[in-house]
Design a binder for this molecule. Structure first.
Ligand code: ASC
Length: 159
């Protein structure tokens, strides 16, 4: 192979790898062998999202010092995680593991999807606010995001 062919091939591979970053949520939908695997996956993602969101909430409350870089990193993780859980609420994953998911998720799917999209939209704004480096912008975005978490939990998660 000539060196120009090698360069072209490596560029093509890099472009393919970059494009695949965006297909993670899609590919995730087909990869569960058992309902328990989907349940474990969505609980794990939501746990990581909640852990990093809780740090932002603590900063917003003044319980943790404002560190712009840490805030941006936490928000970026929340943003990525926010895209992942919903492909793991597929048909047949109502039960199996240790789930608190209510049957309404599957019987009122449009309402659940709307709540999910509301949270995802708030998280996009949260990430934008975090990237301003301005705690005055972070605070209301944390409040709005927290409300969207709570709304879905109130309706769709058993106590
Ligand atoms: C969190 C977390 C949630 C939300 C919710 C906001 O930190 O784990 O589920 O905030 O409690 O009301």
């Amino acid at each position: 192979m000539t060196s120009s062919m090698t360069r072209l091939l490596s560029r093509t591979l890099m472009a393919t790898a970059a494009a695949c970053v965006g297909c993670v949520p899609l590919s995730a939908s087909a990869q569960f062998k058992k309902p328990e695997d989907a349940i474990h996956y969505r609980q794990s993602v939501l746990n990581v999202m909640g852990t990093h969101f809780a740090r932002l909430a603590a900063v917003a409350k003044g319980d943790l010092p404002f560190d712009a870089a840490a805030v941006q990193a936490d928000a970026a993780i929340v943003l990525m995680m926010s895209k992942l859980p919903f492909s793991a609420f597929g048909p047949g994953t109502e039960s199996g593991g240790n789930t608190k998911a209510k049957p309404d998720i599957w019987s009122k799917r449009a309402v659940f999807d709307e709540a999910a999209q509301k949270m995802q939209a708030e998280v996009v704004k949260l990430d934008e606010a975090a990237r301003t480096g301005d705690i005055a912008k972070l605070r209301p975005a944390v409040g709005d995001t927290g409300k969207s978490c709570k709304a879905c939990h109130d309706d769709f998660r058993a106590r």
